[in-house]
Design a binder for this molecule. Structure first.
Ligand SMILES: [Cu+2]
Length: 364
């Protein structure tokens, strides 16, 4: 299993994280496709490649609330994962929706893979998982839904940042996109993805009153488009910008890249300052192991002003000698705290009428 991105057992590892599929539902076309393909329409990159995933049968979402422990455990499965199967060949779980049953804050996300007997399964078989709040627009890229959590095979653990949480309301619909693969020589039967989510209840106690809202900030070299892009052979760099529309602070920043990723740099171009330079860790073959996290919590956060243009760049060094189609992503990921919380209320959207068309019916 690849390394976990936990920071020396301390509090902070912000959102930092390294995520996974950030292909947002940015595709706006409404193609007439057979129903079994619909779940993946919003994976723009895949569609562009003219490729379709088969949908795995019998995969469901179970949400178990442990009220005493204040933890929700989401469980996606069972999934059968034959050895040596690419993500394109693997039948994939459909998009599944978790309807939130509490009013409060999600504080952390702890993903793991297990088999039916509860034994752990290596994270290498998770291509990515992504959670999207269908009831809210992203504050940087309002054409996308709010992307609240993601992880790839590095199984990034999003640790709690004490005093901060992601606000949810009863009936919020969180769409869960899961993509599996199995590059290993071992087949795994009846695999489950579990994500433990500690939460705080808004209706209980004084503690919850001290929690500040965070907004996940995905600062992508693809700006507000599809996150996947082609990476050429050899060294390459891709740069994008995104404009901050609210005053506030960034609590910390991590990054998400794919194999052969080298570095992510986040700059505030308006201020001509480098916010963070994150050097990826890879194994000898260039397979990505982790991207570090830089925290600003101690200093009260890194200040962003409304109108600031953020510049993100990602460098890759692809040793395969060929272009890797949709092989790269470059995203700086952090938690944003708004100076004026009331402005953020405008990001709330009306729920979609139906989930049969997940990813297709976004009203951009
Ligand atoms: Cu990715």
């Amino acid at each position: 299993m690849k390394s976990f991105l936990t920071i020396c057992g301390t509090i902070l590892l912000t959102a930092a994280a390294v995520l996974a599929s950030f292909e947002a539902p940015a595709r706006q076309e409404k193609p007439a496709a057979p129903p079994h393909d619909m779940e993946h329409m919003h994976h723009g990159g895949f569609m562009q490649g003219g490729m379709h995933h088969a949908v795995a049968k019998g995969v469901t979402l179970d949400a178990k609330v442990d009220a005493a422990a204040h933890t929700v455990t989401l469980r996606v499965g069972p999934m059968n994962l034959p050895a040596h199967t690419s993500h394109m060949k693997m039948p994939q779980p459909p998009d599944l929706v978790w309807e939130v049953a509490m009013d409060g804050w999600l504080l952390a996300y702890h993903p793991k893979l297990v088999d039916a007997g509860g034994n752990s399964v290596p994270g290498t078989v998770l291509h990515h998982v992504a959670f999207w709040n269908e009831n809210r627009a992203d504050f940087l890229c309002p054409n996308k839904e709010e992307h609240i959590f993601g992880a790839g095979s590095e199984m990034t653990d999003w640790a709690e940042v004490p005093g901060y949480g992601y606000r949810v309301q009863t009936h919020d619909k969180i769409r869960i996109e899961t993509m599996m693969y199995n590059p290993t020589a071992t087949s795994y039967e009846k695999t489950y993805l579990e994500v433990d989510i500690p939460y705080a209840d808004a209706n209980v106690g004084s503690v919850s009153k001290m929690i500040q809202n965070v907004y996940p900030a995905w600062m992508d070299v693809a700006s507000c488009g599809d996150s996947s892009y082609d990476v050429p052979a050899g060294k390459s760099e891709k740069t994008g910008t995104v404009t901050v529309k609210y005053d506030g602070v960034l609590l910390g920043v991590g990054g998400h890249m794919h194999d052969y990723g080298k570095q992510i740099v986040l700059q505030d171009a308006s201020r001509k300052e480098t916010v963070a330079t994150l050097d990826a860790k890879s194994d000898a073959q260039g397979h990505l192991e982790s991207v570090p996290v830089k925290l600003f919590v101690q200093e009260g956060g890194y200040k962003f002003a409304k109108g600031d243009v953020l510049k993100v760049s990602a460098t890759y060094d692809n040793p395969t000698g060929k272009l890797l189609r949709d092989g790269a992503m470059g995203i700086a990921v952090g938690y944003f705290v708004a100076a004026d919380e009331t402005q953020m209320a405008a990001l709330r959207r009306n729920p979609k009428p139906s989930h049969d068309m997940a990813g297709m019916s976004h009203d951009h």
